[in-house]
Design a protein around this ligand. Structure first.
Ligand code: IVH
Length: 717
């Protein structure tokens, strides 16, 4: 670096000349890009997170002072780090194409006429020859290409720009709908293409879990699927309800099918899911009738579709028809109209969640969309507002799909009244403290920095604490919590156990009976199961299922606390490893054990140890322990005479007869202790399909291995 640059580096932002600022911005952009690459692509950061943040902050401060120097490729212009940052690039052996769209019936007729004319010209097709079409719902997800060599899954890649996608092999291996080995006879090379998607109900549940854990929620099932697939930590993907419908091929050698419908049949034989609504149609009338039939049932299908894809069934004709630019001449997507409406945006409210995550919500002039009155719609985050340039007073287009939260799609610019102002995301939390809002590293979520001091967060935490999955205090509704909080009766979780009968019975609307009832309900929870207690703490990313997995792994509260502190100390000593295998192998025994708990990866493990690293959380726990007792994790009704009674068990791989969760619950009901990692103490390891390192370790340690059939037989089916 030149001496001049070195000098500029040290000049305070306020004192930079424009020329110096320009130079310094170039240097910072380069540095940031270099560190992004080291961190995301090489997994080898050179500087601490804080030093990296400082670089970004300096860049932002300079840009704020000299807005005219902001370039389009500045790191600050990136909404989030380039989405593909952590994934290797994969070149598709055959490009992944897109489809032309048709909206009206005559566009479909037009498509078929073009196909016919082309074939008449090229192969002298006779005028009355039937052109059969395979008709498949157009799944609203994201497309994926999965490569098999000699029947084994070797690589999976996203579409990317069609020529080059991202390598998501590790993540795709966690999808139950994707066979790791093709059943039966398979081509030597086969690229299977299809759509990764999420069912609406799964999406709603995922968003609830995300919100409960203080994590960001997704706009729609498609975004949920994309966000879940593109996780650098495959254990996160594994915990997400992703599914896959297969519908096309890329490279296929040798190709032993002559029609699309025959290929779809093969797909099912190899072990894929093919959409059950698929039909072969021989006339345009049949095609349009199917389109209307599927359209009428669209809302009742469990997943989102946005049209029906028609494909010329014969593969030889497909080859003759070929492509126009990036779309095949032999296929078209007949799109459905979305359930949309336009209405006035009266305001933008900010909701603050339990961990301070702030969600902007559009307050709308109520309007009927597809039979449902919509008065609020999500705006997701500050970037979304900026992207859409939504302003209070605008007429906005909103969309509602199934039971998904309505969303704002865009602004009807022609109807923008004069004098509207761009929306500025508040820099202070709407709470009384007016604490600063911070933007998270991922650049999307903004949080109130007030932590435990922010009243909104306090109330949300208390709500979570007493909720059904946590302390489950009967008769303590959300409005009560807000009122008790306002009146100073309930500020911290421990206050709940210090409520006195007299505090309650004097309140408006309360009497002796209701006060006694609530006190009794609270007393009934002075002994609490470990998993409920863990869930109640509201650690970011820890929901009900993970809390249970933790409780199962550590057994009792004391053991868990100690293990978490030890894991935290190990992590502090080695803060750099971010990949799971590396973290488990290198950071330390306790941190590794934590990463191996079901649904937990390095990211979540970091959040848990960070929670314990904060002094006030220790205080909250200590105070609670003065009021309550935490019961060790207990398996449900135990059958004493089962072969698994008192045994330590591990389940690994994919089970066929029941889900892993169900199998583990069954083992527990038979008296077993189910853990996440194999050690000398393990008595049985049940090995499903595609079991990996745990099965290997069991074999090495001489632990008894059971196949799924053996386990079922011993467990009594
Ligand atoms: S066929 C050459 N079939 O739609 C044909 N695509 O607009 C390639 N899609 O990128 C695609 N369902 O993500 C095909 N049954 C289906 C589909 C489907 C959804 C998506 C896919 C593709 C996009 C094209």
């Amino acid at each position: 670096m030149s001496r001049a640059a070195k000098v500029v580096e040290r000049i305070a932002v306020d004192e930079l000349t424009k020329r110096q600022a320009d130079k310094e911005l170039a240097r910072l952009s380069q540095e940031i890009a270099r560190h992004d690459k080291l961190y995301h692509q090489q997994d080898a950061p050179e500087i601490s997170d804080a030093a990296y943040d400082a670089l970004r902050q300096r860049l932002k401060a300079i840009e704020a002072r000299f807005p005219e120097l902001v370039t389009l490729d500045s790191p600050s212009m990136r909404v989030a780090p380039a989405p593909s940052a952590g994934f290797a690039k994969v070149r598709h052996a055959r490009p992944m194409l897109s489809l032309d769209n048709a909206f009206a019936d005559d566009e479909v007729t037009g498509f078929l006429e073009r196909v016919r004319r082309f074939l008449e010209r090229e192969i002298a097709l006779e005028a009355d020859t039937e052109i059969a079409l395979t008709c498949e719902p157009k799944i609203d997800g994201l497309s994926l290409s999965i490569r098999y060599e000699n029947g084994e899954l070797v690589r999976a890649a996203t579409r990317g720009d069609g020529s080059e996608g991202e390598d998501v092999t590790a993540n795709v291996r966690t999808l139950a709908d994707v066979p790791k080995t093709l059943k039966g006879r398979a081509p030597a090379v086969l690229e299977v293409r299809g759509e990764v998607y999420m069912r609406r109900a799964d999406f709603v549940a995922l968003n609830e879990r995300q919100a409960a854990a203080g994590e960001k929620t997704f706009a729609n099932p498609r975004n949920g699927a994309a966000g879940s697939l593109r996780q650098l930590d495959a254990t996160i993907t594994a915990g997400r309800p992703l599914r896959f419908f297969a519908y096309a091929w890329g490279e296929a050698e040798p190709r032993a099918w002559d029609t699309q419908h025959e290929f779809l049949k093969r797909l099912t034989q190899w072990g894929f899911q093919v959409n059950p609504e698929t039909k072969l149609c021989r006339t345009v009338d049949a095609v349009l009738a199917l389109y209307r039939d599927i359209g009428a049932r669209r809302a009742s299908l469990p997943y989102d579709i946005d049209g029906v894809v028609y494909k010329v069934d014969r593969v030889d004709w497909q080859a003759i028809l070929g492509f126009v630019s990036r779309s095949p001449r032999w296929a078209i997507a007949h799109k459905f109209p979305a359930e949309k409406a336009q209405t006035l945006l009266n305001g933008i409210a900010i909701q603050v969640g339990r961990t301070g995550a702030m969600t902007p919500v559009a307050e709308l002039e109520p309007i009927n969309v597809g039979g449902v009155l919509v008065a609020r719609a999500t705006l997701h985050n500050a970037d979304e507002i900026e992207r859409l340039d939504v302003r209070v007073g605008d007429t906005v287009t909103i969309q509602r799909a199934g039971d998904v939260i309505p969303q704002v799609l865009g602004v009807v610019m022609e109807r923008r009244p004069r004098g509207t102002k761009p929306f500025h995301f508040p820099e202070k939390c709407p709470c009384d403290l007016k604490t600063a809002v911070v933007r998270e590293e991922d650049g999307v979520v903004r949080r109130c920095s007030g932590g435990l001091e922010c009243p909104y967060q306090q109330v949300e935490r208390l709500r979570h604490f007493v909720s059904r999955q946590s302390f489950d205090i009967e008769g303590l509704g959300w409005t009560h919590i807000e009122n008790f909080w306002r009146d100073g009766l309930l500020k911290q979780p421990v206050d709940l156990f210090r409520l006195r009968r007299d505090d309650l019975r004097k309140r408006v609307g309360w009497g002796d009976q209701s006060a006694d009832k609530l006190i009794a309900a609270i007393d009934a929870r002075r002994a609490i199961a470990l998993d409920r207690f863990i869930n109640a703490l509201g650690i970011p990313s820890i929901g009900e299922a993970t809390a249970k997995a933790l409780a199962r792994e550590y057994g009792d509260a004391q053991a868990w606390f100690e293990a978490m502190r030890a894991a935290g100390a190990e992590r502090t000593a080695k803060p750099d490893a971010t990949k799971k295998e590396k973290a488990v192998a290198e950071i330390g025994v306790e941190f590794g054990r934590l990463c191996n708990v079901q649904d937990i990866g390095v990211t979540t493990a970091d959040k848990i140890v960070a929670f314990f690293g904060e002094g006030h959380n220790e205080t909250i726990i200590r105070e609670l322990l003065g009021e309550i007792t935490i019961e060790p994790f207990r398996a449900a009704a135990v059958a004493a005479d089962s072969p698994f009674s008192g045994k330590v068990m591990v389940f690994t791989g994919t089970l066929q007869a029941m889900s892993r969760d169900a199998a583990e619950a069954k083992a527990e009901s038979l008296g077993a202790k189910v853990t996440g990692s194999v050690s000398k103490k393990t008595d049985f390891v049940v090995v499903g399909a595609d079991a990996g390192s745990k099965a290997k370790k069991a074999a090495e340690l001489g632990v008894r291995i059971l196949s799924e059939e053996e386990w079922l037989a011993m467990a009594g089916g």
